[in-house]
Ligand binder design. Structure first.
Ligand SMILES: C[S@@+](CC[C@H](N)C(=O)[O-])C[C@H]1O[C@@H](n2cnc3c(N)ncnc32)[C@H](O)[C@@H]1O
Length: 241
């Protein structure tokens, strides 16, 4: 089944393992402002990263965001740890950032990983692929891993708040994909393959989920089409949990 950028799925269900060879082009065609927002996340992270601190990225893929962030702060001495389920993604990320001593890529499932204290945690369109029942426990653990004053930067595909808004956002997104040169077949096949794999929730539900995990300060830092970025802060005053 062709889902664009010459990606052939071997089964009817979307899997990142099938998309690795063309992942870098495919994500640019599928995610609006993808590279621009990676750079924006890097700029945001600069406020929270200091020498000796640590940043985690959940779903590092081939290391595109990691590269943007590390390049922005060549002299700051922190550790960037990227996690991904797919070992070939990890291999590509390591290759991209070889010679960068601050970068480490680990094959791991974020839902069971033991996070060390970190001042920044990034999830760039990854949480939506984690089963909804596991998201609360993961977000709570991320909150606990953040050092006081630390930041979670969460980007997600979202659902509209009601049917007319969902329809409008979805149609605008179809226009975007079509303008990227994806064929109607590729667009439809990807949508079918993502059923039960990408499970987005609404903007309001995302904010509630972050609050439930412990975050009090939550700012919307990006919104376009059906995509949203949140900056969620852990209070600087809390020394525990
Ligand atoms: C949309 S991509 C992330 C894009 C990446 N941040 C970038 O800027 O290129 C989502 C990634 O999350 C990974 N992933 C999905 N579930 C995961 C989990 N439970 N733990 C770790 N990685 C996961 C996938 O293998 C995939 O590489």
């Amino acid at each position: 089944m062709n889902v664009g950028t010459e990606i052939e799925l071997h089964q009817e269900t979307w899997s990142f393992a099938d998309s690795i060879a063309h992942f870098d082009e495919h994500i640019l065609q599928s995610v609006p402002h993808c590279q621009e927002q990676r750079e924006y996340i890097a700029a945001l992270s600069k406020f929270f990263l200091y020498s000796g601190s640590r940043v985690y990225e959940i779903g590092v893929s081939t290391g595109g965001l990691a590269q943007a962030l590390l390049n922005l702060m060549p002299e700051r001495d922190f550790q960037y740890i990227g996690l991904d389920l797919e070992h070939e993604m990890i291999a590509k990320a390591r290759e991209r950032l070889k010679g960068e001593p601050r970068f480490q890529a680990l094959q791991a499932n974020a839902t069971t990983f033991n996070f060390e204290p970190a001042s920044v945690i990034i999830s760039y369109y990854t949480l939506q692929f984690i089963p909804p029942a596991e998201r609360h426990a993961l977000l709570k653990r991320l909150y606990q891993a953040l050092t006081p004053g630390g930041a979670l930067i969460l980007y997600e595909k979202t659902l509209g708040e009601n049917a007319p808004i969902q329809d409008l956002l979805n149609q605008l997104y179809l226009d975007f994909k079509s303008a990227q040169g994806l064929s109607p077949d590729a667009i439809l096949n990807k949508a079918l393959a993502l059923r039960g794999v990408s499970l987005p929730i609404s903007l309001t539900q995302n904010i509630s989920q972050l609050r439930l995990a412990g975050f009090e300060t939550i700012e919307l830092v990006y919104r376009a089409y059906c995509f949203a970025g949140f900056l969620a802060l852990k209070p600087a005053c809390c020394a525990s949990d």
